[in-house]
Design a protein around this ligand. Sequence first.
Ligand code: ADP
Length: 237
Amino acid sequence: ERVRTEQIRKDFVGNVSHELRTPLTVISGFVENMQADNDSLPVQWRKPLDLISEQAGRMRHIVEDLLLLARLESASVEAPRDPVDPVDMLESIARDGRSLATEQQQIEVSIETDAWLLGDGGLLRSAVTNLMVNAIHHTPDGGRILLALQETPEGPRIRVQDTGEGIAAEHIPRLTERFYRVDAGRSRERGGTGLGLAIVKHALQKHGAKLEIESRIGEGSSFSCVFPRERRIPGPQ
Ligand code: ADP
């Protein structure tokens, strides 16, 4: 009964998200057309149209994230085992990060093993990118973000570490719940959906990997993706 109810919940969320897609696309499309002709718009409509466009964009983002989450949950199949070069992946994620970060935020990569991973390259990339974008958002200027590839007794891990604001202990176990945010107002303001870490967790689960979070208020946070050894291969020499 519990499994059945859970399935109904998942289907419902998936269907609602899917159904919302078309109306949102129509709303955004028309607003965009109206904005394109800005000069002929009555002045008092400009601000409301900007807001409609911004909020419709946020809704689209939430719907896209919910659909991705529904897809990750429904396919119980494991992630494929394509060879993924983590050095390539981390370097390119760091490059994207630098274009998003301010000049006073340092983003570095540290490669401490020659291991490659077996997995879904696109999914892994989007998980680590999510962690890095969060780190950028929660690290003030003068801070440092480190993307590291390391070896642990359990298997290889990708660690995203920041010297930012940190998270109080009581929030840590709940961070991967959908829509859970420490500061919902701030998250919304910068376009966060509160679904990022839920997506990361599911993307990792499909690889048999887990997300480990360590953080201290004022000292920074560390989000580690720990892969099972069977997802590790030695990199080409
Ligand atoms: P959001 O869209 O709000 O970023 P996430 O699921 O990605 O949603 O993250 C959930 C919450 O976890 C965030 O709202 C934030 O409070 C907290 N968080 C995530 N990453 C960090 C980090 N590196 N430093 C501090 N807090 C973080």
